[in-house]
Structure formats: C-alpha cells, structure tokens
Design a protein around this ligand. Sequence first.
Ligand code: NDP
Length: 400
Amino acid sequence: MGKRVLIIGAGGVGNVVVRKCASVPEVFSEIMLASRTKSKCDAIAADIKNMKIQTAALDADNVPEIVALINEFKPDLVMNIALPYQDLTIMDACLETGVHYLDTANYEPKDEAKFEYSWQWAYQERFKEKGIMALLGCGFDPGQSQIYVAHAAKHHFDEIHYLDIVDCNAGDHGQAFATNFNPEINIREITQDGKYWENGEWKIIPAMSIHKPIEYPNIGPKESYLLYHEELESLVKNFPTIKRARFWMTFGAQYLKHLEVMQNIGITSIKPILFQGREIIPIEFLKALLPEPGSLGENYSGETSIGCQIKGIKDGKDKTYFIWNNCKHQDAYNDAKAQGVSYTTGVPAMLGAKLMLEGIWMKPGVYNTEEMDPDPFMSQIGGYGLPWHEEINPVLPHEY
Ligand code: NDP
C-alpha cells in the first residue's frame, strides 16, 4: 500500500529526493515538497510528469508551523532535506505528531560551527516511547558510507580494525568557485579543526593540515585532506573494534586558494558584523553570492568516487577490503537534473525512506544507517543509480 511522504527542502538534494521518490509511486503514492521558498518547490513539481507533487511554503525553524503542515498533509514519514539547523525542530514536530523521520546530516547549532550526534541521540527514548523511528544521516557520507561498513562487517570481517573513508570529486563545473552542497554548511565543515579516531581517543589537528595523494578508481591519484566527518562518531561507537577511523576528501588547488582568501578577509565567519546599520553574518552573505548547488548540474563533467578502505581480521587472518561507488555528473544530470554530489546524497535518502516505509528498516528509536541490515539496501541501490564495486584483499596505500 502506498505511503505519504513530506519532503522538506527544495535545494540541490531535495530536487533529487523528490524525483527519485516520484519514480517509485507504488511506495511513495503521495508526495508533498515544502521549503522556505515555495517557488522552488513549484519549479521542481512542475517538471515531474508521472505524478502530482503537492507544494507548500514552510519555515522549518518553527515547530508549530511544521506540526500544522504535518496535521494537514498527514504524512507517514518526514524527510528533512533542508539544513542541519532544522534537524531538532523537525524531530520535535515528528514527536508531537507521531510521524517517522529521516535526514542526511547531523544537527549543528547556527551560532557554533560544531556538529555531533549527541543532540539527536538524546531523542532515543522519546522516539521509542512514541513508537516512531528516526533514521539519521541517510545520504552518501554520512549514509551509504556506513552501510558499506555494515556490509563489510557482516560479510567480510570478524573484526574491523582500520577504516579510511575516501571521498573524491573529480568533476569540473566550470565556475571559478562553487560548493557542491549548501555553501554555508560546506565551508563550516572544512574550516573547523580536523579530527580522527585512534586507539580509543579523538586526535585533533589544525584544519586541512594532513593531506596526501590517494588513488581513486577510474580517476587516479588526487590530493586528499583529512577532515572530521560525522559518521566517524557513530561508526566507532557501533564498531568498537575499530582502532583507527579517518575521513579524507579531495580539494583542487583553485578551490583551496579561494577558500584561503575568503578566510583571510573574514567572509567565511559566522560571527555577526554590523553593515550599514544592520547585523549580517558574513558566511550567509557569501552564500547569497555563490551559485546554488542545484544549479551546477547541466555543464558538470567528470565523476565522484566515494568508498571505504578497510583492514581487519577474518578467520584469524589479516584481510583488506575496498568498496566504492563512482558516479558521473552527467549521468546524475540525465537521471535527475542534478550534479553528482546532490545525486549521491538524494538517492540513498530515497532508498532509506523506501525501506522504512516498507517495514524492512522499521524499528522505533533513533538510528544511524550502519545499525540497519545492509543487505536490502545493497541489493537495491545499484538499480536506483549508485552501483557499488568491491575488491577483496587489495593492497591498501595507507600505512598501518
Ligand atoms: P541547498 O542549500 O541546495 O538546499 C537547502 C534547502 O533547504 C533550500 O531549498 C532552502 O530553502 C531550504 N531551507 C533552508 N532553511 C530552511 C528553513 N528554515 N525552512 C525550510 N526550508 C529551509 O542544500 P543541499 O540540497 O545541497 O543540501 C541539503 C542537505 O543535504 C544539507 O543538510 C546538507 O548538509 C546535506 N548533505 C548531505 C550529504 C551526505 O552525503 N550525507 C552530502 C551533501 C549534502 P531556500 O531555497 O529558501 O534557501
């Protein structure tokens, strides 16, 4: 029986989620897209031919407004594809109305560039008591990256010891500077301290201070930077045998040069300044100047490659394992009028929602994706556009 889904956020990723949900009408039989700017919802809805997408204006910072929309539309699931700032208000509205929840990025407060799961994990008992489920971080990374680790743990290892998540965007959008997802969230993420897990504790490093070339399938070596990424927090909790977990992302020289200048002149700051008698936040002003992530797709060439390099033990022997997906920006555009980064986030979000609504991934409480059975996801995700590949016992380039 078909279900009703409320999708909040009509940006780069929201566009993909709506299109992919609409392509599975037997599960998502009624879809509402709500966002701060209704005209963006209407533009996406007008381009979807196989079903009518309802649209609404919504300020998702406002719990009573979300509750009112939920009571009017009566969804079975709310997908938060807006920004991490809205995670808690939308979770509060879901609790009040008894509706399941899914998002793609963990909560961070607006006035502090810091993200961690503690705020959302604190909803565990209340979600259980209400009999509803929250699936946190169901994009690619976080999201599919953790499902890869769960798959490795289930089918390839007795114990996982070392994990490197390697994320490359070898694409060219033809702009001097643009971010592939919300610029404010992106710049906050990469300008904060780097952090990785080693021998039972977090090691903190200055932002972008550890980097090296990593070889990516079909792409070759690309300079990759050690960043803190949220899925490390849940993975080391859920797989306590992990001795070291790191996250690497590629950045081009041009991107880094722009970022350095922007930081030097203070335009990436989240501290309010007075401008012509009114308070503005420099990074919000910068966001208004930069291209929207959703607008980059049409002329984007090249591809992304995201995977997990794992070392551990199987049957008493050392084992290495690499699992990855490559996604061409033009394939993403042809399927969902999106660039590859929005696409690789939106497709796993749709499949996570589908598995929840089918009852396959349904249990009351608050969960990260690696806590779900990876098999139904891994058997279907290729068919929706993100096929995976694996290599058993590759020579891994990282020192151990
Ligand atoms: P965009 O900036 O393109 O889109 C964000 C959308 O949310 C916009 O339509 C915006 O509205 C809307 N929005 C913002 N604030 C509110 C609000 N208070 N109420 C209602 N709507 C609001 O970002 P992306 O689509 O690139 O990213 C969406 C999410 O996906 C982010 O949380 C991002 O961190 C996450 N992400 C996750 C990844 C993963 O692999 N897990 C990878 C990439 C992104 P308006 O248009 O009016 O500004």
